[in-house]
Design a protein around this ligand. Structure first.
Ligand SMILES: [Zn+2]
Ligand SMILES: [Zn+2]
Length: 244
């Protein structure tokens, strides 16, 4: 239960805040609410927290160079998913630590919160999270007399953010069907996309990168978009209208 809860909350903040807001600005929100989203993203990703401005710059490059040798994480340039994750981490860290810089067009309108980032991105904060996760698991195992086998799930909790990214980047550019012709290899990896809350509609998303709804056919469903519509109607965010 804890695993499923953590998985979906973490996917939601990754797709809603890091991807749809920080990278693509599919909706707007107030400065304070932006910080609350940022804080919740940290809370949900814990030890695998991804700095939003670094995620966004790298993701904008992914769209511009999708499945070419300049794409930070195209599966077509790596022999396996682990080597792709290692390279992606290297490029991401370069952006997070300001060691790599690219053209200024990638840096517009980023949700920057330097003081919080320096705390959330700190090694000791990540270790603190890992200790909390281990403590929660041990407590539950002892209290409920469960098998220690459940501890094997901990590495997935520790790496939740990058694992979600890797599944989307690998599967969404390799397996599934295409609704739209494109110069890249993007695919809609359905019906598994429900596990990534709409993120695996990569072919639809690359065709319409500004559209907050990743589902484009009657039989497709993007759960994150439904949540964003609710947040829009209660006034927490304002979805940007697009033609598609
Ligand atoms: Zn993509
Ligand atoms: Zn995108």
């Amino acid at each position: 239960m804890i695993f499923i809860f953590h998985w979906f909350v973490s996917v939601f903040f990754q797709t809603a805040f890091l991807h749809r807001y920080a990278s693509h600005k599919m909706f707007t929100t107030g400065k304070l609410r932006e910080k609350i989203f940022h804080f919740m993203t940290w809370l949900s990703q814990g030890p695998s927290y991804l700095v939003p401005r670094a995620y966004a710059v790298m993701h904008r490059m992914h769209h511009e160079f999708s499945d070419t040798d300049k794409d930070p994480h195209s599966p077509h340039f790596f022999k396996d998913v682990i080597s792709m994750m290692v390279k992606t981490k290297e490029i991401y860290a370069g952006f997070a630590n300001d060691k790599i810089s690219v053209a200024s067009k990638y840096y517009h309108d980023l949700p920057v919160w330097k003081t919080f980032e320096s705390f959330a991105d700190h090694f000791l904060t990540r270790v603190g999270w890992a200790i909390i996760y281990i403590a929660i698991y041990l407590l539950l195992i002892i209290k409920l007399d469960l098998s220690y086998f459940w501890l094997l799930l901990l590495p997935i909790h520790f790496l939740m953010g990058p694992i979600h990214g890797a599944i989307v980047n690998w599967c969404g550019h390799k397996y599934g069907y295409r609704n739209f012709k494109s110069t890249d290899e993007s695919r809609n990896t359905e019906p598994f996309g429900i596990l990534l809350m709409g993120e695996l509609f990569q072919n639809n998303h690359h065709k319409f990168p500004a559209s907050a709804n990743f589902a484009k056919k009657w039989f497709e469903f993007d759960p994150t978009y439904s949540i964003l519509v609710v947040l829009h109607y209660v006034g927490i965010i304002k979805l940007i209208k697009t033609k598609n």
